[in-house]
Design a binder for this molecule. Sequence first.
Ligand code: MN
Length: 455
Amino acid sequence: MKTLLQGGEIVSGAGVSKADVLLENGVIVQTGPDLSAQGARVVDCTGRLLFPGFIDGHTHFDLEVGGTITADDFRTGGRAALRGGTTTVIDFAAPDKGETLFHGLRRWQEKAAGAVCDYGFHMTVDDWNETIFQELGEMPAQGITSFKMYMTYPAMMLPEGDMYRALLRLKEIGGIAGVHCENSGLIDALVSDAKAAGRLSPASHPRTRPAPLEAEAVGHLLRLAQVAGVPVIVVHLSARESLEEVRAARKRGQTVFVETCPQYLLLEDSVYDAPDYLEAAKFVCAPPIRKKEDQDALWEALKNGEIQTVATDHCSFTLAQKRAGRYDFTKIPGGLPGVEHRGLLLYTYGVTKGRISAADMCRVLSENPARLYGCWPQKGVITPGSDADIVVFDPNAEGCITAADQVQNVDYSPYEGFRTKGCIEQVYLRGTLAVDHGQVLETTGQFIHRGAPMI
Ligand code: MN
């Protein structure tokens, strides 16, 4: 079936231009002014912006962590993603401790069997041995070209020498690593001091993971990457001081990619001082929410191109799950929901406030993640031959975010009460109408076999 999106304005990283878009058999077949309908179903897109389907390069669906499991799986999380204009998520496959990478990949393929949006996986490397060394060489043939490593959480960290060897191996196979940067040792010491002093409320969470300990780890990673001679991705960068480390590395000639998340652009650390336990606990994530000066620095860095992608790190837990840390903040399952509202938040608080342009928004939500994660131009652009993943965005609508109106499987929103400008009117996933005026329709997600990062 053919669909003609008529009279809208196509957004790309280069700007906005008025053009019709013809979709057929799941792909975009033609773009241009005044296309003839040719028997297609015609959708009037006058006054609408047409974005390439957003890509969320950082989600955690169906993840077991700390004795519980995230509230969203590939079905509920995928429905929320689609409703927010995200047509592709890149989640994280992780082997169980001592298991092979293929074991992790199989497990995640099973979890994603009911996915409703398109998906790929980063592969977590949290162990280092001959088997994993060999298996990394087989990952690109499986469509896995990006990997995750940790500089915090002792159970998941590689010793530095192994991390260095893993970075070298990724270079050989044409892969890239995204790294969680926080200094583990000092965080452990601060947590232990807080506990000894009886400071067990969520207010201790940001105080035990201060910004300099993120910046230290970013700097540390970038020095390892310098010696290894590899590009790296700093994921969920939250602090102004971390940006300084990135700038220093780039000045040395290194290639560094940076991801940030809406929670670091829009929320302030005073959220942890709420007197009600759950009000504070619901914001616990790592790195923690930072300060106004960090937000300002991140927006500036988005505008000037120092930050390449905005992903969500969607890792949702219900309030009942968040209660687990009632008497000890270290037992609060860490993570925020976000996959449903990223586009709307970025448009409202970025584009309409003049902090970024619609083209910038397209770059950080669609174009850059598609390139970095090796699925360009199948994804991330509205051009003939690309998948017909399209967000029809009405820039004039107004609304308000509330948990009562969301499909993600969680009973709160970190952005409760946030006014929004614009609305995601329709979403097409490979040419199939997936969302119509807020209603999520039935779709089937496909695994995206990704190629080498375009660096
Ligand atoms: Mn994460």
